[in-house]
Design a protein around this ligand. Structure first.
Ligand code: URA
Length: 230
């Protein structure tokens, strides 16, 4: 791999910061300091940045079929947390990619890669998330139009970004949004006078919840799936 890529991952630098560190001679690879951003390195090389040795660990990426009743937190005094559903050796350094409410089911991503997580969760990157929403009342044409244009959530000053609605039945829709405000889907439906009865996330970007997964199960993402969200 390239040295700037190695440094970005092993020292949590941006690619630009990594290139600057290399150009300033702050990096040694196997004792050598005449290096370029594209100098080849392997995970077996001795790499030192500012006199501190680095080690390269590949990032890990998982999808989980989150069941209801567990919370998206690393620890909780009252409830089970999603990390409890994973073996201990996998839990290390894992971060949850965005939050689902305790009663929400469906696609949850977990990773050790902070930059990848940021791309999915930051509103700047507009990564779409799709939810299957069961409603208490029939969805109206006006409500669909309002959701698609943007609605004002209680306590907010800006409208939500335009959403996409697909109506499956009178009381079931798919809603795709590219923001992740607190309880956003429930608040959006409340803003159009309806109520969410059940919420299930089916898709993030181009990555769908695997059809053959059982509730509570997890699986490693393929490199292609990781790349789809990068
Ligand atoms: N919006 C919600 O209201 N709840 C979730 O869990 C996810 C999105």
């Amino acid at each position: 791999m390239r040295l700037d890529y190695y440094l970005a991952h092993a020292a949590n630098l941006s690619r630009k910061e990594a290139k600057i560190a290399i150009a300033k001679g702050r990096v040694l690879v196997n004792g050598e300091s005449k290096l370029k951003a594209n100098s080849p390195v392997t995970d077996l090389c001795d790499v030192i940045l500012d006199k501190s040795p680095l080690s390269f660990q590949q990032n890990r990426y998982y999808m989980m079929y989150k069941p209801a009743g567990v919370v998206c937190a690393l620890q909780d005094d009252e409830h089970d947390v999603v990390l409890d559903l994973l073996p201990h050796e996998i839990q290390k350094e894992l971060k949850i990619v965005g939050r689902l409410d305790k009663d929400t089911t469906g696609l949850l991503l977990l990773t050790t890669d902070g930059q990848w997580l940021h791309k999915i969760t930051s509103p700047k990157h507009d990564c779409p998330k799709t939810y299957l929403v069961d409603l208490a009342d029939e969805i109206t044409k006006d409500a669909i139009e309002a959701l698609e244009k943007g609605v004002l959530l209680k306590g907010e000053i800006d409208l939500t970004k335009p959403a996409k609605v697909v109506s499956h039945t009178e009381k079931q829709i798919s809603l795709t949004i590219s923001e992740g405000k607190y309880h956003q889907v429930k608040r959006m439906l409340a803003a159009v006078g309806n109520k969410v009865e059940a919420l299930h996330r089916t898709q993030i970007g181009e990555v769908c919840l695997s059809q053959d997964m059982a509730l509570g199960e997890f699986t490693e993402l393929s490199p292609e799936q990781v790349a789809l969200l990068a």
